[in-house]
Design a protein around this ligand. Structure first.
Ligand code: 3H9
Length: 707
C-alpha cells in the first residue's frame, strides 16, 4: 500500500480503497499498492474475503492516459496490469469489486479479474479504448466475452459506449445491483460468498459460443465497423482480438491482444485521438479567467428570432431544462418557427430518442411571444435575427431597454463584429457572441465570442452554460467569421478553384471524404444553400482586393437559380430522397465558363485536392493563432472536430499539420503560393515554426496567446 491505495478491515472482510483523484486512474503506484495490499491480506488468516472499491466520485476510470505518451516515447514504465490481474484472480480469498461512478477501460478490466462485481444503480461500465484509438490492453477483450458473451463484448469494445448497471447485470458483467450504501452492500455480499469456491472469469468459457455461430457475428461486426467507423484501425483490432478469445486459450488470446494493443497505441490515429481527449478538456481553461470566477445563474432565457437558428437554440435551452421566451416580429413567422420545433420533437420521439412525455415537457418550457413582455425577468437573451448589422443594433437597443441589469445579452451572429453590436448598448460588458452551428440542436460546437469589453463573469457563465447545454464551448476572439468560418472560407475557396481547374466536382468531394471528413465540401454548400454565400460575397465585394483571384462558378450557378438542395439543383441535382446525383449539365457549364475565363483545365490528383483544401485551413488557422483569436492550436482543432466534421482520428487541422511536419506543410504552401498567388502567402507563424522545427502545439504552450 501507499498514498494511493489503503487497506482497512471490516471484521473478517478486508477493504482495499483506491484513492487517486480525480478519477482513480491506474497511474504508477496504484497497481503496486493493490498488489501490496493483497500480499498483506494473504498473510492474514482472519480475512475471509476482500472488497476492492474506489474512494471519491468513482471506481477506476481506466489506465492513466497520460502514461501512454511515455510508453510510445520509450520512457520506462511499470510491469503493466496483467500480472496484477492474474494475482487477484488466483488469490485464495474471494475479491468482490464494488463499483460506483465509472468502471472504464483498465477499471473494468481490473473489476473483471475480481471474482464478483457489485455496483450501485447509477454506475456505468465500459471499454471506451477505441475512442482513444486503442483496444483494451489488460485482457478486456478476453474476459469481457467470457462474462457478457461475444456479441455484447463486440458491441462494447467497437463502439466504446458504456452501459448502465442494470444492463451490466443482465449481461452477467456484474452480479448484483446494490441499493443504499455500496461498501456495506459489498461487505454483505462478501460474507455470503466467503469460503465458497471463487469463480475465475478467465476459466469461464460457456459464453464464448461455437465457431459456426460466431462466424456470422464477427462478419456482421466487421461490416458495421466498415460502414460506421470508416478508416479506423482500433475497432477492427478489437474485433480481431475478441475473435482470438473464441479461438485460442486465454493466455494466447492475451498475447494476441497485447500485439494488437501495441500496434494501435503506436499508430498516428491513437496519438491524435488522445490529443483530442485532452484538448476537449483543455478548451475550458482560460488563462485570465480562473475556475473560481463568479458566474451568473441562468434560470430563464429568451431567444429573439424563431428562424432555423433561433428555433434550434430555443430547443437547446428547453432541452436543458431552462424556460425560454421565443420572440418573433409577426404571428406567421412565430407559427412557422413553433411548427418546426414541434415537428423536430415529434421526429425525436419517432426515432426513440425520448418519450412523448419528455418531448411535451420540453415543448412546454417554450413560451411564444410577439412582444418583449417578460424579458425583464430573464437572465440571458440570445439574439438570432437576420444577419444584418442595422437590425442587430436595433434589437440590442431594445434589449437594453427591456432587460434587467446583469442579464447577459448574446448574439448568435456568425459574421458580424461583437464590439460594434456591444457599442450600441450602454452595457458592453454584458454583451457576448454565442455562435451556434446549424442545426443548433444537433451540432456540439458553440463558439463563444469575447468582445473587447465582455466581462470575465459573463464569459465564465457562457463557458459553463455550454456544458449545461451539452455543447463544447470554445472561446474565440472577435474577427470576421470568428475562427471556424474564417478558416472554412479558404477551404471552400480551394474546393471551387480545384473544380474550375479541372479536378471534377465528384473527385473533389470524394478526396476529402476519403481523407476522413464527414462532409463533402461542395455537397455541403448545396446543403447549406449556395445562395447564402453568394449574398454575403455580393455584400462584401467592395472588400475584395483587386487582382486576387476569386472563384466564380458557384456564383454563376446561383445566377441560374441553382441554390442547392432547396432548389433540387446546385453543384449536384437531387432526387426526391435528397440524394446528390452528378449532373452532366453542371460539368458542361463549368467547362464552358472556365474556357471563357481563359483557364486551361488539367488532371489533378487526389493528393493535390486534399493538400490544397486542408492546408488552406491550416494556413488561415496559423494566422488566427498568431493574431490571438484562438487561445491554442488545440482549440482550433476542437472547433473543426465538433463543427465541421473533421475526422477525430486526424486530431484536427492544426494537429494534423504538426503530424505531417510544419516544414513539409510550409514547403507545400510556398509551392502553392508560387503557383496560385497571394491567397497562398504562407502565414508568418507557419513560416517561423517551420524554420524553428517546432509545432503549433508548442506555440500554445510556450508563447501563449490571448483571446
Ligand atoms: C485504458 O484503460 C487502457 C486499458 O485497456 C489498459 C491498458 C494497459 N487518465 O472528463 P473529466 C482526467 S485507456 C488520466 O473532466 P468527468 C481528465 O483529463 C483509458 N486522466 O471529468 C480531467 O483532468 P483535468 C480508458 C484522466 O466527470 C479530469 O480527469 N478510460 C483520465 O466529466 C476529470 O475528467 C477512458 O477512456 C484517465 N483515464 O468525466 C475514460 N480520465 O481536470 C476517460 C479522466 O486536469 N475518462 N482524466 O482536465 C472519461 O471518460 C471521463 O473523464 C470520466 C469523467 C467519465 C471518467
Amino acid at each position: 500500500m501507499n498514498d494511493l491505495v489503503q487497506l482497512t478491515k471490516e471484521y473478517d472482510v478486508a477493504v482495499i480503497t483506491i484513492n487517486n483523484p480525480p478519477v482513480n486512474a491506474l497511474s504508477p503506484g496504484v497497481p503496486e499498492g493493490i498488489s501490496g495490499a493483497l500480499d498483506r491480506i494473504a498473510k492474514d488468516d482472519s480475512v475471509k474475503a476482500v472488497v476492492l472499491i474506489g474512494g471519491g466520485r468513482t471506481f477506476v476510470a481506466g489506465a492513466d492516459i497520460k502514461e501512454f505518451g511515455k510508453m510510445t516515447s520509450g520512457k520506462p514504465r511499470g510491469a503493466g496490469l496483467l500480472p496484477l490481474l492474474l494475482k487477484i484472480e488466483d488469490g485464495s480469498k474471494p475479491v468482490i469489486v464494488a463499483i460506483h461512478g465509472t468502471a472504464f477501460g483498465g477499471g473494468l478490466e481490473l473489476a473483471m479479474a475480481g471474482h464478483y462485481r457489485v455496483a450501485v444503480s447509477s454506475a456505468q461500465v465500459g471499454q471506451p479504448e477505441v475512442k482513444l484509438g486503442i483496444i483494451p490492453g489488460a485482457a478486456g477483450t478476453q474476459r469481457l466475452p467470457r462474462l457478457a458473451g461475444v456479441a455484447k463484448a463486440l458491441e462494447m469494445c467497437t463502439t466504446g459506449n458504456p452501459i448502465k448497471a442494470e444492463e451490466a447485470l443482465k449481461f452477467g458483467i456484474i452480479d448484483r445491483v446494490i441499493e443504499g450504501d455500496l461498501l456495506a452492500g459489498a461487505v454483505t455480499f462478501a460474507r455470503e460468498v466467503a469460503g465458497k469456491p471463487a469463480p475465475k472469469t478467465r476459466e469461464r468459457n460457456e459464453k464464448l459460443g461455437n465457431a459456426s455461430d460466431n462466424a456470422a457475428v464477427f462478419s456482421s461486426a466487421r461490416e458495421t465497423v466498415a460502414k460506421k467507423q470508416r478508416g479506423l484501425l482500433a475497432p477492427v483490432a478489437a474485433i480481431d482480438s475478441i475473435e482470438a478469445a473464441t479461438k485460442m486459450s486465454f493466455e494466447e488470446g492475451c498475447q494476441a491482444e497485447q500485439k494488437l494493443f501495441v500496434e494501435c497505441l503506436f499508430s498516428e490515429q491513437s496519438k491524435s485521438l488522445i490529443h483530442v481527449f485532452f484538448s476537449e478538456r483543455e478548451v475550458s481553461k482560460i488563462p485570465d479567467i480562473p475556475k473560481e470566477t463568479a458566474t451568473i445563474s441562468i434560470k430563464s432565457a429568451a431567444v429573439v428570432g424563431a428562424g432555423t437558428m433561433g428555433g434550434g437554440i430555443t430547443m437547446v435551452l428547453a432541452n436543458a431544462g431552462i424556460p425560454v421566451l421565443l420572440k418573433e416580429a409577426d404571428q406567421a413567422a412565430l407559427d412557422r418557427g413553433l411548427a418546426t420545433i414541434k415537428s423536430n420533437y415529434a421526429n425525436s420521439v419517432k426515432r426513440g430518442r425520448f418519450s412523448q412525455e419528455a418531448a411535451d415537457e420540453r415543448f412546454n418550457r417554450i413560451t411564444p411571444t410577439l412582444s418583449y413582455d417578460g424579458f425583464s425577468n430573464v437572465d440571458l437573451v440570445i439574439e438570432a435575427v437576420f444577419e444584418g448589422m442595422a437590425l442587430k443594433k436595433e434589437v440590442f437597443k431594445e434589449l437594453e431597454r427591456v432587460c434587467k441589469p446583469g442579464a447577459i445579452l448574446a448574439s448568435n451572429t456568425s459574421t458580424l463584429g461583437i464590439d460594434e453590436i456591444a457599442a450600441s448598448t450602454s452595457r458592453p460588458g454584458f454583451v457576448i457572441g454565442t455562435h451556434f452551428f446549424s442545426p443548433a440542436n444537433v451540432m456540439r460546437l458553440l463558439e463563444i465570442v469575447r468582445g473587447k469589453a465582455t466581462s470575465k463573469e459573463v464569459i465564465a457563465t457562457c463557458m459553463q452554460l455550454s456544458k449545461t447545454l451539452g455543447k463544447v464551448g470554445v472561446l474565440v476572439g472577435n474577427c470576421r467569421g470568428f475562427v471556424g468560418n474564417r478558416m472554412f472560407g479558404p477551404y471552400r475557396r480551394e474546393a471551387q478553384f480545384l473544380v474550375e481547374e479541372g479536378a471534377g466536382i465528384e473527385a473533389v468531394d470524394k478526396a476529402l471524404v476519403d481523407f476522413g471528413n464527414a462532409m463533402r465540401p461542395l455537397a455541403v454548400g448545396d446543403l447549406a444553400g449556395l445562395d447564402v454565400g453568394w449574398r454575403i460575397r455580393k455584400e462584401y465585394r467592395h472588400l475584395e482586393v483587386p487582382g486576387i483571384r476569386q472563384p466564380f462558378a458557384e456564383d454563376r450557378l446561383c445566377e441560374l437559380g441553382r441554390f442547392g438542395q432547396k432548389t433540387e439543383a446546385g453543384w449536384y441535382k437531387y432526387d426526391d430522397q435528397r440524394r446528390a446525383i452528378p449532373d452532366p449539365v453542371v460539368h458542361e457549364l463549368v467547362r464552358k465558363w472556365v474556357t471563357e475565363a481563359g483557364i486551361v483545365q488539367r488532371k489533378i490528383s487526389a493528393e493535390e485536392i486534399t493538400d490544397r483544401c486542408i492546408y488552406a485551413l491550416v494556413n488561415e488557422g496559423a494566422r488566427i493563432l498568431e493574431e490571438g483569436y484562438a487561445l491554442r492550436a488545440s482549440d482550433i482543432d476542437i472547433i473543426y472536430l465538433n463543427g465541421y466534421g473533421f475526422p477525430a482520428h486526424r486530431g484536427g487541422p492544426m494537429w494534423y499539420a504538426d503530424t505531417v511536419g510544419l516544414k513539409k506543410v510550409f514547403d507545400r504552401v510556398s509551392e502553392f503560393h508560387r503557383q496560385h498567388g497571394e491567397t497562398w502567402r504562407p502565414a508568418p507563424l507557419l513560416k517561423r515554426l517551420a524554420e524553428q522545427g517546432k509545432t503549433f502545439a508548442q506555440f500554445g504552450k510556450e508563447e501563449g496567446a490571448a483571446v
